[in-house]
Every structure is written in C-alpha cells, then in structure tokens.
Write a protein that binds this ligand. Structure first.
Ligand SMILES: [Zn+2]
Ligand SMILES: [Zn+2]
Ligand SMILES: [Zn+2]
Length: 257
C-alpha cells in the first residue's frame, strides 16, 4: 500500500495569504503546505481522500493519471470544495466516480454540486458521482477500511484505518480534537499513524502537537506523521524536537506501508 501526501497544511494553507512570518517566508519547500489530502494506492487501484481547494495543483504535482474512488472525511471546505476538479477524471475515464462519505457529507455534496449527482448529467464534461454512504467497515477495491467517528470541535470527522490481509497498515486521523478509546484501539502497534497536529497553542477543533504526542505515547504506532499543520510550525525546527519515530509530514512525501 502506498500513501502520497498531496497536502499537509491547515485550512489556510502555508504560506497564508498576506502573512509575513518566518515560516510563510521560508525558502524550505517543506514549509509550503497545500490543504490536507492523501492518495492511497494498492495493486493499481487509486483512492483519493478529500478534495481540497488545491486539488488541481495537487494532481499535477503528484502526476495523478487516474482515480478509482474518492472518499470525503468531512464537509469542511478545505476537504470538499475542490470536488468539481474531478471532472477531468470523469472525462478521461468516461464514467462516474464512486464517492464515499457520511450521509451528512453526501447531502452537502448534493447541495453544493447538484449537477454532479444528476442522472443523466445536464451536459457532457461535468463531474459525475455515484454516492456511497459510509455506515461501517467497508471495502473499496482492494482496500479494507474501518471508519471511526472522531470529534472535530462541534463537528465529526471520519478517522480511517486501512488494512490488508496482514491486518491494519495505517490510520488517517485528520481534523480531530480528540481520539476516543475505540479509535485508539485500532492504533496499537499499527505500522503508520497519520494524525492531526495543528500547532502548539490550543485550538477548539484540532489536536495540538502535545495532544497528538499523548495519543502516540499511548498507542505506540511504529511510525507517526503529523498533518494539518499551520504556519506556526517550522518543519526542520519542529522535527528536531519531536521524539524518535514521530515527524511532521510534508507535501509530496510518499510512504510504503
Ligand atoms: Zn481541515
Ligand atoms: Zn505565516
Ligand atoms: Zn475540518
């Protein structure tokens, strides 16, 4: 299974518009973070997790040639609003893309992009989706997923645990303000945990670095990579202070699990 980080930034992206801070002005490419999204590949099957406002740039940068399915973790704009860009893949592949998400999220898609779920489509060249509600563990192509509901301030987000025949391989817990006990159980000894870690200062709907480290200490994954990172964290300086096995992810990073 291969995971590609298409974006590791928080909702504003890094650099943030009209910010002159040291990280936003940094020459280190790892301090340039598009909005959070990953690509998961196995046996030629390609799943996109979240459709950010940077989706077009992300697909060009990672040279994405096809998509087999799309999953939305939640309905916030930094994870959803790039959905229309997928029309290129619908045209290329001459078909509808399966789109997975919770019922509330799919209702948002129908409200914001009604033309993308209409049958038949109003005209050619639009994005076209078949909606699949996530209600429990599911199989998407060769990928086995166990979803966990995670609190995200007053909202909720799907935390995803990806497995193969060997068992759980990695978890993607973005946009969470806590990791409840059931969601923690899946993480014990997992080869890779990708976890929300916004910054050091507290935030009502995201984990801080310290809170994310507590989850890592408790569940002991083999490797932990933080994502949804804001401009208050310099890549190199933050990594230098993190314990072994725990690092900030960066855009373009590819991990085989
Ligand atoms: Zn977000
Ligand atoms: Zn800044
Ligand atoms: Zn969010």
């Amino acid at each position: 299974m291969r995971v590609t980080f298409l974006g590791t930034g928080t909702s504003h992206g890094v650099p943030m518009i009209a910010c002159g801070c040291a990280v936003c002005r940094s020459a280190d490419p790892r301090n340039r973070r598009l909005r959070p999204s990953i690509l998961v590949e196995r046996e030629g099957f390609v799943l996109l997790v979240d459709t950010t406002p940077d989706l077009r740039e992300q697909c060009l940068r990672a040279n994405v040639q096809r998509l087999d399915a799309v999953l939305l973790t939640h309905e916030h704009n930094d994870h959803l609003i790039g959905l229309d860009e997928l029309r290129r893949f619908c045209v290329l592949q001459d078909g509808r893309l399966p789109l997975y998400g919770r019922g509330e999220v799919l209702q948002c898609v129908e409200r914001i992009f009604p033309y993308a779920v209409r049958r038949p489509p109003p005209y050619k060249g639009l994005p076209e989706f078949d909606l699949h509600e996530v209600v429990g563990p599911l199989v998407i192509g060769p990928l086995r997923l166990t979803p966990h509901l995670l609190p995200h301030g007053a909202a909720e987000v799907l935390g995803l645990v990806f497995s193969d025949e060997r068992g759980p391989r990695f978890a993607y817990y973005t946009d969470c303000s806590a990791v409840p006990p059931v969601a923690r159980e899946s993480l014990r000894g997992i080869p890779l945990l990708i976890l929300d870690a916004l910054r050091h200062r507290p935030h009502p709907s995201h984990l801080t670095i310290e809170q994310a480290l507590e989850v890592a200490r408790d569940t002991r994954p083999e490797r932990v990579l933080f994502t949804h990172i804001c401009h208050e964290l310099d890549h190199a300086a933050t990594n230098a202070k993190l314990p072994e096995g725990v690092r900030l992810a960066h855009d373009g990073l590819i991990v085989e699990v």
